[in-house]
Design a protein around this ligand. Structure first.
Ligand SMILES: NC(=O)c1ccc[n+]([C@@H]2O[C@H](COP(=O)([O-])OP(=O)(O)OC[C@H]3O[C@@H](n4cnc5c(N)ncnc54)[C@H](OP(=O)(O)O)[C@@H]3O)[C@@H](O)[C@H]2O)c1
Length: 245
C-alpha cells in the first residue's frame, strides 16, 4: 500500500513513536493525518507544522465511546496506526497485585482490538488500506522485568495474526511491528542500546509501502529475532536474567 496520499489515523501521537509517525507520514506525502491523543492540547505544536494536513483528535483507546465517535467522524481513513501503549515495568509475581497487568491488557490489547473493530469497515470501504500494530520483540519472548507488558504484547501479536486472516478478503494489509528498545519515555529506564523513533518509523513505513507483514525495525529486534529462529530457549534464558526488583 502506498503511504504517499494515504489518510492516516495515529493513536498516541503526542509523544514518542506516535509523534514520529506523524512527522514521518507528513514527510512521506500522506494526504491527511489524524493525530490522536488522550490530551489533544498536547498536539498543538505538532499540528501547527501543517494545520491543513494534521488534524488533532482527542482519543483514549480504553474508551469505546470515543473510538466509536472517531470512526463515525473520520470515514476517509486508509491507514490505521495502533501505536498507543503503556508499560508498567512490573513482574508477573513480583507485582503487588494484577492491576498493572490488567491495565496493560486494557490499553495494549483491548484498545487495539476495539480500534480495529471500529475502523475495519472504513478501511474496507476505502479499498482495503492497511493496519499497523505496534507489538514488541517482547511479543515473542517474555522479558521478566516487563513480564506483564510482554504478555500483553504477545496478545497483540496473536491478535495481529487473527485480524490479518479475517481481513484478507477485504484486501487490508495487516502489519505487525516488533521493535527492540526505542529511545522514548517508555524505554528511558531500560539499559540497552536504543534506536531513535524516527528511524523505527521510517522502517515501518517502508514495510507498508513494500507490503511486508512483519517488521523488525532496529538492530536489537533483528538480532533477537534471528536468535529466536535459531535457538528460542537460549534467548529465553538470556533475557530471563533481567528480573524485576
Ligand atoms: N519504546 C520502546 O522501546 C518500545 C519498544 C517496543 C514497542 N513499543 C511500543 O510502541 C508504542 C509507542 O511507545 P513509545 O515508546 O512511543 O511510548 P511512550 O513514549 O510512553 O508513548 C506512549 C504513547 O501512548 C499514549 N497512550 C497511552 N495510553 C493511552 C490511551 N489509553 N489512549 C491513548 N493513548 C494512550 C501516550 O499518551 P499520554 O501522553 O497521554 O500518556 C503516549 O502518546 C507502544 O505501543 C509501545 O508498547 C515501544
Amino acid at each position: 500500500m502506498d503511504v504517499r496520499d494515504s489518510i492516516a489515523f495515529v493513536s498516541g501521537a503526542n509523544r514518542g513513536i506516535g509523534r514520529a509517525f506523524v512527522e514521518e507520514l507528513l514527510e512521506a506525502g500522506a494526504a491527511k493525518i489524524y493525530a490522536s491523543a488522550r490530551d489533544a492540547a498536547q498536539l498543538a505544536d505538532l499540528c501547527a507544522a501543517a494545520p491543513e494536513r494534521i488534524i488533532p483528535v482527542a482519543l483514549d483507546v480504553t474508551k469505546p465511546d470515543m473510538i466509536q465517535d472517531a470512526a463515525a467522524s473520520y470515514g476517509d481513513v486508509t491507514l490505521l496506526v495502533n501505536n498507543a501503549g503503556i508499560a508498567g515495568f512490573s513482574g508477573l509475581i513480583a507485582a503487588d497485585d494484577i492491576d498493572v497487568a490488567r491495565g496493560e491488557m486494557e490499553t495494549n490489547y483491548f484498545g487495539t482490538l476495539n480500534m480495529i473493530r471500529a475502523f475495519a469497515p472504513i478501511l474496507a470501504s476505502n479499498g482495503g488500506g492497511a493496519i499497523v500494530n505496534l507489538a514488541s520483540i517482547a511479543s515473542h519472548v517474555n522479558f521478566p522485568v516487563l513480564g506483564s507488558y510482554s504478555a500483553s504484547k504477545a496478545a497483540v501479536h496473536s491478535l495481529t495474526q487473527g485480524v490479518r486472516a479475517e481481513l484478507a478478503a477485504q484486501g487490508t494489509l495487516v502489519v505487525g511491528v516488533y521493535p527492540g528498545p526505542v529511545d522514548t519515555d517508555m524505554a528511558a529506564g531500560f539499559p540497552m542500546e536504543k534506536t531513535p523513533p524516527r528511524d523505527v518509523v521510517k522502517a515501518i513505513l517502508d514495510a507498508v509501502d513494500a507490503g511486508d507483514e512483519d517488521v523488525y525495525p532496529d538492530p536489537v529486534a533483528v538480532e533477537l529475532h534471528a536468535g529466536l529462529l535459531g535457538d528460542a530457549k537460549a534467548v529465553e534464558g538470556q533475557v530471563g536474567g533481567m528480573l524485576p526488583e
